[in-house]
Design a protein around this ligand. Sequence first.
Ligand code: PGA
Length: 258
Amino acid sequence: MAKKLIIANWKMNGNRALATALTRAAGDALGRASAANEVDAPDVILCPPFPYLDLVGAILAGGAKLGAQDVAVTQNSAKGAQTGDVAPTMLAELGCAYVILGHSERRAHYGETSAQVAAKAAGVIAAGMGAIICVGETGDERKSGRAFDVVKEQVLSSIPKGANVNNLVLAYEPVWAIGAGMPARLDDIMAMHEFIRRTLQESLAPLAGLRMVYGASVKADNAAAILSSHWVDGVLVGGASLKSEEFTAIIQAAAKAA
Ligand code: PGA
């Protein structure tokens, strides 16, 4: 099996001290996983809030990469009359390798559309970074049997036209399971991952390099099972990435699942 991908989404949490401690702990865990030659250390991307990007980037260790949680819709310019926004080129200059886009919290609270997500992803890719595009259905959408239709629509319209799969990560995050303490059932996770791959078969071929991760209530005690599931290349971790011991255990589980 291939190396797993672990993405930490710290959301709007913490301070400089916590960002420092979490970054050091992730670097140590990665270093230990790489040193143990029977396991394959995962790729790890730490995505702190904007104010901590510089700090985290300066102390990253063990091969971990830096990611941001959002970006402006731009024509890939580092300047513009967009008060409050951050350009893709600014993130790239800070050392970001990835940007999370279209998280359900941004779609729900800021009315972000899939078309905007696609435009942001195009800017991110043009600036030399990878786009982590989040999709997922709400609880009502799943209950009414529309989960697959909703995710299909999001996937097809959130990926910029002509994108190369090597610059993309797709994150399936069922909205109803985010922060809920209980992830989706493994069968449902695998079914949706397989469905997304089949959906993209035509528009994004060849798909071999596309990485797809699951996110929503991933924790130390369920990570191994999720990471060993067919079609799942990694996990996107919110709450549990704010606790060093939990995140360390997830890194270890990923190394064993690789
Ligand atoms: P959670 O969040 O792990 O706390 O459920 C995941 C996410 O929203 O990215």
